[in-house]
Design a protein around this ligand. Structure first.
Ligand code: 3PG
Length: 392
């Protein structure tokens, strides 16, 4: 992939597609700004290089309607604060006002377009809309890793209409780190896969079995594997329709010599609530009418031992309902062990990212991906359509 640093930018109109799809709080303020901080390096770089910078993003899922609560104005203000320079917000993404604003930009100035998803054409990958965006610029930069698994106009169709195109710093980093973990990894390579459902992670699991030395399973999906192994899991969340698939995954792991770890103990409760009291039991002793909400301390110790000699670790998905204090121990404990790991540690997925920050170990990780769906796509062994479009 060609990178932003490979192109002359001075005096050029440079459109940078970022993913500023950040969580907002009830008052319309930015609740968490990681994606803005991580995406802004290319904006600063382009402005410092003398480009006329146009920033474009989506926010939330407004379904092609103008939703005032999903305006990118707070993101533009926050970006200006972080950069320490003005960012002009314009209330549209294409059209005469935008054209005029772009024409009025001086070198080093930054203009932010309104939420691209206010237009249904964005998610429809509409060529007319893409070409209008392309007309705004001389150089197109995709720095929106987290949405690059989508065929949307501003990341996919646009690539056919721009003269010059390249990847921004964040997109380059994401692809490079992922490749060093999964392309030609230092071994042992250990994957930690958690989350609620096997169905949403099945393709990733199947791909990982071809590549990794060990898989550590957590989250509610572990219940389905435990049940498929013949254990009684009480009232725990289980995907009954995935039991045979779970068995097949474990058989495939055995066939391939991949060590497949399941929890050995669990934190169980009658109701999964903030003020519940969890009880630790061996997975063989889950009581009738109780639910698994986290893995237990013996599992954390077992997984820590499995991680001890890892040269590469890839982690996606939490071990339990970590958002609730009584069920956060498994995920927090594991996060600390991953952080202590000497190998390259790569973490991806929105929940996992939140958990790492909650555990206070973000700075000890090798790389934290800004992608959820995009990271999962890579774990599935798939390429990202927007990245393919950028390189073709
Ligand atoms: C994300 O948050 O994963 C990206 O911004 C993509 O958002 P989407 O799932 O609404 O397409």
């Amino acid at each position: 992939v060609k990178g932003i640093v490979d192109l002359p930018l001075a005096g050029k109109r440079v459109l940078i597609r970022v993913d500023f799809n950040v969580p907002m709080d009830r008052n319309g303020n930015i609740a968490e700004d990681t994606r803005i901080r991580r995406g802004m390096e290319s904006i600063r770089f382009a402005a410092d290089s003398g480009a006329k910078v146009i920033v474009a993003s989506h926010l939330g899922r407004p379904k092609g309607q103008i939703v005032p609560g999903l305006s990118l104005k707070p993101a533009a203000e926050h970006l200006a604060e972080l950069l320490g320079r003005p960012v002009t917000m314009i209330g549209d993404s294409v059209g005469p006002d935008v054209k005029a604003a772009v024409a009025g930009l001086a070198s080093g100035e930054i203009l932010m377009l309104e939420n691209l998803r206010f237009y249904p054409e964005e998610q429809a990958n509409d060529e007319g809309f893409a070409s209008k965006l392309a007309d705004l610029c001389d150089v197109y930069i995709n720095n929106a890793f987290a949405v690059s698994h989508r065929k949307h106009a501003s990341v996919h169709a646009i690539c056919a209409f721009v003269k010059e195109k390249a990847a921004g710093h964040l997109l380059m980093d994401e692809l490079r780190y992922f490749d060093s973990a999964m392309g030609a990894p230092a071994r042992p390579l250990v994957a930690i896969v958690g989350g609620a459902k096997i169905s949403s992670k099945l393709k990733a699991l199947e791909n990982l079995l071809h590549r990794v030395d060990k898989v550590l399973i957590g989250g509610a999906m572990a219940n389905t594997f435990l049940k498929a192994s013949g254990l009684f899991v009480g009232d725990s969340l289980v995907e009954d329709e995935m039991l045979q698939t779970a068995e097949a995954v474990m058989a495939e792991a055995r066939k391939r010599g991949v060590r497949f770890y399941l929890p050995v103990d669990a934190v169980v409760t009658k109701e999964i609530t903030e003020d519940a009291v969890g009880v630790v039991v061996p997975v063989q002793e889950i009581p009738e009418g109780w639910k698994v909400a986290d893995c237990g301390p013996a599992t954390v110790r077992l997984y820590a031992a499995a991680l001890a000699n890892a040269k590469t670790v890839v982690w996606n998905g939490p071990m339990g309902v970590f958002e609730m204090e009584p069920f956060s121990g498994g995920t927090m404990g594991l996060a600390r062990h991953v952080a202590a790991c000497h190998g390259l540690t790569i973490v991806g997925g929105g929940d996992t990212d939140t958990a790492i920050h909650k555990a206070g170990v973000a700075s000890a990780m090798g790389y934290i991906s800004t992608g959820g769906g995009a990271f999962l796509k890579l774990l599935e062994g798939e390429s990202l359509p927007a990245v393919d479009a950028l390189t073709s």
